[in-house]
Design a protein around this ligand. Structure first.
Ligand SMILES: NC(=O)c1ccc[n+]([C@@H]2O[C@H](COP(=O)([O-])OP(=O)(O)OC[C@H]3O[C@@H](n4cnc5c(N)ncnc54)[C@H](O)[C@@H]3O)[C@@H](O)[C@H]2O)c1
Length: 341
């Protein structure tokens, strides 16, 4: 691991310079990190980002990893390359924030976790929603007993690729993506399900490809049973209209309802001060804050883990568990049966 003063800005590099890399760039900039360069094999993308970001672009990962003083990287490449990039970076002694899904199979996830442990570096999985203000607030309310016993949780992430009629090959091809919306979006929801309701005992899933001519599913629903006895549903879709991200947690005493569907994200804490005969009338607190979704916050958490030694907000093992849940859901959909974890 590269030694450095705990007060010096983190020296970080980005692997991949596509869509999500820009959120990482923004997050590191906001956190005051020093972004020393990026690796990107596509010359046109490299040239565009060099201009936009004002930092050097390297053609290969190896060139970036060789830069003197580099301490950490964000892996922002297509799913199939997460494992080799993370393992190479960890072996070079760099802390890694790897985008989701951590990898495409559990053996690769285990190899990534082992490489980070052997090198003594932080491995964080990019399930940024854990760092989102609303998810943190919900978790705090659950922890303090404000909603009673969690009975049912529903999580949904869905969009329509902005109305595009096609899906990029990095997401549409099974070889490159490893799965469809359930892996891409559903893995975030699986992680949030574990964050809010604990570990999952079994899953039953249905998937379909209805809106696009692609190899992978564009709609999926997974029924979950948690070890706590609670039950829940994860929904993922590329066949939605517009963009939706939300979670709903129903407890014996109150409910938490969070969605961005009405223009901006809000969280409703719906509860009853006293019992009454009007079923529809509730006491409620609406939380409405400025949030960035969690991308910048997860980067701040990554830097804290590196500098202060605090556990990652979403570890490599957490990343593995969400992949396990999605793969089990795929098995369930194929075999049309409940899969025990
Ligand atoms: N956390 C989130 O909410 C979120 C959102 C979007 C994407 N993602 C994840 O981020 C990853 C990238 O998604 P994206 O939307 O940015 O894709 P993208 O296709 O826009 O960008 C990926 C970039 O990586 C580059 N690349 C490919 N192989 C590389 C390699 N070996 N080394 C360096 N660069 C390489 C590509 O040329 C491309 O520019 C995916 O795993 C995706 O699941 C996460």
């Amino acid at each position: 691991m590269t030694a450095s003063s705990s007060l010096a800005p983190l020296r970080v590099g980005l692997i991949g310079a596509g869509g999500i890399a820009n959120s990482h760039h923004k997050g590191y900039t906001k956190a005051g990190a020093s972004i020393i360069g990026f690796a990107e094999p596509v010359a046109q993308t490299r040239a565009r980002r060099e201009l936009e970001w004002g930092i050097p672009g390297f053609e290969t990962l190896e060139q970036l990893l060789a830069v003197d003083g580099l301490e950490a990287v964000s892996v922002c490449t297509p799913n199939a390359t997460h494992a080799p990039a993370t393992i190479a970076a960890a072996r070079a002694g760099k802390h890694v924030l790897c985008e989701k899904p951590l990898s495409l199979n559990l053996l690769e996830c285990e190899a990534m976790i082992a490489a980070a442990a052997e090198a003594g570096v932080v491995l964080q999985t990019g399930h940024h929603l854990r760092a989102n203000w609303y998810a943190q607030k919900a978790r705090a309310l659950i922890d303090e007993g404000a909603i009673g016993r969690v009975c049912y949780i529903r999580l949904r992430q869905a969009h329509d690729w902005g109305g595009n009629k096609t899906v990029s090959p990095n997401f549409a091809s099974l070889e490159r993506s490893g799965g469809g919306t359930l892996l891409d979006n559903g893995c975030h929801m699986m992680d949030l399900a574990r964050y809010l309701a604990g570990d999952v005992k079994n899953v039953f899933a249905r998937t379909a490809t209805l809106g696009f001519e692609i190899e992978v599913e564009d709609v999926g629903a997974v029924s979950l049973e948690f070890h706590s006895g609670a039950i829940g549903t994860v929904e993922a879709a590329w066949t939605a209209t517009g963009w939706e991200e939300g979670f709903w947690v129903y407890g014996t005493d109150a409910a938490l309802e969070c969605t961005n569907r009405l223009g901006k994200r809000t969280l409703r804490f719906a509860h009853r001060q006293s019992t009454g005969s009007d079923w529809a009338k509730l006491d409620e607190t609406i939380y409405d804050v400025q949030d960035e979704g969690g991308h910048s916050e997860e980067i701040a958490a990554f830097i804290r883990s590196i500098r202060n030694g605090t556990p990652p907000i979403c570890s490599g093992s957490d990343g593995l568990e969400s992949v396990r849940l999605v793969l089990s859901a795929y098995q369930s959909a194929r075999e049309r049966r409940i899969i025990d974890l």
